[in-house]
Design a binder for this molecule. Structure first.
Ligand code: F6P
Length: 344
């Protein structure tokens, strides 16, 4: 079999570890060849490829980013895009594609399967952890650790200066990183998209903390967090070239509002893309390795149009139709029954 691989959407720690596992399993166990497409779907449309051998992946297990490059955008941005994908894969003798990507890639892969018969398996990826059908996405665990390490450091400087630190983490539609890093980092409050916040309640939590003689507070804010209607102006964002709001900055509004309401000196820290950069942790390396191997096994079982996933620590195959267009939100019992216990 000749297998194509591409990475799509925002990058994430562990992409290279998945590619390495695909290559090892495909070549060593099945005698396949593997070709990588550069810059996501652009590489398929423009036939820009890289031969992926075992030697080419040497040393790539711990390396962040993706050796293939990644882009947003899809073949459906061009009228002849889907047909070009089909023809180019035929010309390059590629039998099936492994797409490592997030919710956008799932949609593209499923549509290409339905419209031009693409043989495809998707490996779910996003630090946001918001893909339906899997217990966890690779990269999330690493991102939570990075955010938690940052919060640990912010505690000491916050305590020294008697300040409130508002820490913004990624999480466009869901507050997975914020909830986990907030619990792990001992946050005084955690604001997530799933639970629109009342800034007065957050200010009260910060004041309660101070009233007990503890000075510093850490308030963790997911970038997609929104205030309750009528409590604060709703944030507005520019759109990126793909029509998605370019998030970032809600922490500035939250900090300003908290300072006004409490009188405590407040600072803002946006962790930003640091959360996506660098080496995957051990948990993610193992998960990536298992997912890459499962993707190859799925193709060799003659199964296509699937996402490989982890459930109850087992590898499973989930039909793309079951997950496309869905969002996996934070388990609100974790937020309501655990995170909030420590608010204030
Ligand atoms: O990978 C998902 C994500 O991390 C979102 O949380 C964030 O809004 C987005 O990527 C930002 O990505 P970029 O700056 O690459 O557009």
């Amino acid at each position: 079999m000749r297998i194509g691989v591409l990475t799509g959407g925002g990058d994430c720690p562990g992409l290279n570890a998945v590619i390495r596992a695909v290559v090892r399993k495909a070549i060593n166990d099945h005698g396949d060849t593997v070709v990588g497409f550069m810059d996501a779907w652009d590489g398929v449309l423009e036939k820009r490829t890289m031969e992926l051998t075992v030697a080419a992946l040497a040393g790539m297990l711990p390396r962040g980013g993706t050796i293939l490059g990644t882009r947003r955008g899809s073949p459906f941005d061009y009228p002849d895009g889907p047909q070009r994908v089909k023809e180019n894969l035929r010309e390059l003798a590629v039998d099936a594609l492994i797409v490592i990507g997030g919710n956008g890639s799932l949609w593209v892969a499923s549509k290409l399967h339905n419209e031009v018969g693409l043989n495809v398996v998707v490996v779910p990826k996003t630090i946001d952890n918001d893909i339906e059908g899997t217990d966890v996405c690779f990269g999330f665990n690493t991102a939570v650790q990075i955010a938690t390490d940052a919060i640990d450091r912010l505690h000491t400087t916050a305590e020294s200066h008697d300040r409130v630190m508002v820490v913004e983490v990624m999480g466009r539609d869901t507050g997975w990183i914020a909830t986990h890093a907030g619990i792990a980092g001992g946050a005084t409050a955690v604001l997530i998209p799933e639970r629109p916040f009342d800034i007065d309640h957050i200010a009260d939590a910060v004041k309660r903390k101070h009233a007990r003689g503890r000075y510093a507070s850490i308030v963790v804010v997911a970038e997609g967090a929104v205030p309750k209607e009528g409590t604060m102006p709703q944030p507005t964002y520019e759109l990126d070239p793909f029509g998605r709001p370019r998030l970032g900055g809600i922490s500035v509004e939250v900090a300003r509002a908290l300072e006004e309401r409490t009188g405590y000196e407040t600072r803002v820290v946006q962790i930003g893309h640091v959360q996506r950069g660098g080496t995957p942790n051990a948990f993610d390396r193992v998960l990536c390795t298992r997912l890459g191997i499962e993707a190859v096994s799925t193709l060799h079982d003659g199964v296509t149009n699937m996402m490989v996933a982890v459930r109850n620590d087992d590898m499973v195959r989930v039909p793309l139709s079951e997950v496309v267009g869905k969002t996996r939100y934070v388990d609100l019992s974790l937020y309501d029954n655990v995170a909030t216990v420590f608010f204030g």
